[in-house]
Design a protein around this ligand. Structure first.
Ligand code: IMP
Length: 210
C-alpha cells in the first residue's frame, strides 16, 4: 500500500488527520512514525505558503507523498488576528495564548466576537514534483471563558455555529465532520480516491514547482 506522510508535529492535528483520512487506501504515517526529527521554519506569509513549505521540504527529503497543513484562528474584532501567528503570538502554553485572546476581547459583546478557523492542506508528490492545495474554514464565536476540555489549542473558546457548542465540548467525530481541517481534507480525499493513478492525475491538474 502507498504511504502518505503527514508533515506536522502537532499531536492534535495528527490525531484528527489520521481519523478523517482513515478510509483512504494509503498507509498514513506521521513524522514520529518515520523518525523524522527536523523542524521546518514557517517563514511563509500565508497559510498556503506555509503549508506548501512544510509539504515540499519534508516530501523532498523523505521521498514520500506528503501533506503539509497550516491553520489558524481569525477574530473579526481583532482584524483577523492571530491568523498565521496562531501558534506563536504569545510566549508560553496554549492556555497563555487563550488568556491573551480573552483579555483582548474582554469588553466585546457576544454578537461581535465572531471568528473562524481556517486550514490549508498542501499535497506534494515527489514523483512528479507537483503540489496542490485544498482549503477549508468553519465559522463561530469566541466565548467569554473556556467551555469543555476536548480538542486542542483554542477549541475550549471556539463556539461552532455548525455544532451549537464549543469544539472543547465536541466529540472527535463531531468536530471531524465539520471542522476547517475536515473540509480541506474532504477536498484532498476526492483527489486521493480518484481511480486515475495519483501521478497521472497530478500530471494533469497540479501546479508544478519546477
Ligand atoms: P500551525 O498551523 O502549526 O501554524 O498552527 C496553527 C495553530 O492554530 C495551532 O497551534 C492552534 O493554536 C491553532 N489551531 C489551528 N487549528 C486548530 C483547531 O482545530 N483547534 C484548535 N486550535 C487550532
Amino acid at each position: 500500500m502507498r504511504q502518505l506522510l503527514i508533515a506536522t508535529r502537532n499531536p492534535g492535528k495528527v490525531r484528527e488527520i489520521k481519523d478523517i483520512l482513515q478510509d483512504i487506501s494509503y498507509e498514513i504515517k506521521s513524522l514520529d512514525d518515520i523518525g523524522y526529527k527536523e523542524n521546518v521554519e514557517e517563514t511563509g506569509k500565508s497559510y498556503e505558503e506555509n503549508a506548501i513549505l512544510k509539504a515540499k521540504t519534508i516530501g523532498k527529503e523523505t521521498n514520500l507523498l506528503t501533506i503539509g497543513e497550516d491553520s489558524g484562528l481569525e477574530i473579526d474584532m481583532l482584524e483577523g488576528w492571530p491568523a498565521i501567528h496562531s501558534a506563536r503570538h504569545t510566549l508560553g502554553t496554549d492556555d497563555d495564548k487563550i488568556d491573551k485572546i480573552l483579555e483582548k476581547l474582554s469588553s466585546v459583546p457576544r454578537e461581535k466576537r465572531t471568528a473562524r478557523y481556517k486550514s490549508v492542506i498542501a499535497l506534494y508528490d515527489p514523483v512528479s514534483h507537483k503540489v496542490q492545495t485544498f482549503d477549508g474554514s468553519c465559522e463561530g464565536y469566541i466565548t467569554e471563558k473556556r467551555i469543555g476540555k476536548n480538542g486542542f489549542g483554542y477549541d475550549p473558546i471556539f463556539w461552532s455555529k455548525d455544532l451549537g457548542k464549543t469544539f472543547g465540548q465536541a466529540e472527535d467525530r463531531e468536530k471531524n465532520r465539520i471542522s476547517h481541517r475536515a473540509r480541506a481534507l474532504l477536498k484532498l480525499k476526492k483527489i486521493l480516491n480518484t481511480k486515475v493513478s495519483i501521478e497521472n492525475h497530478f500530471g494533469g491538474v497540479m501546479n508544478s514547482d519546477e
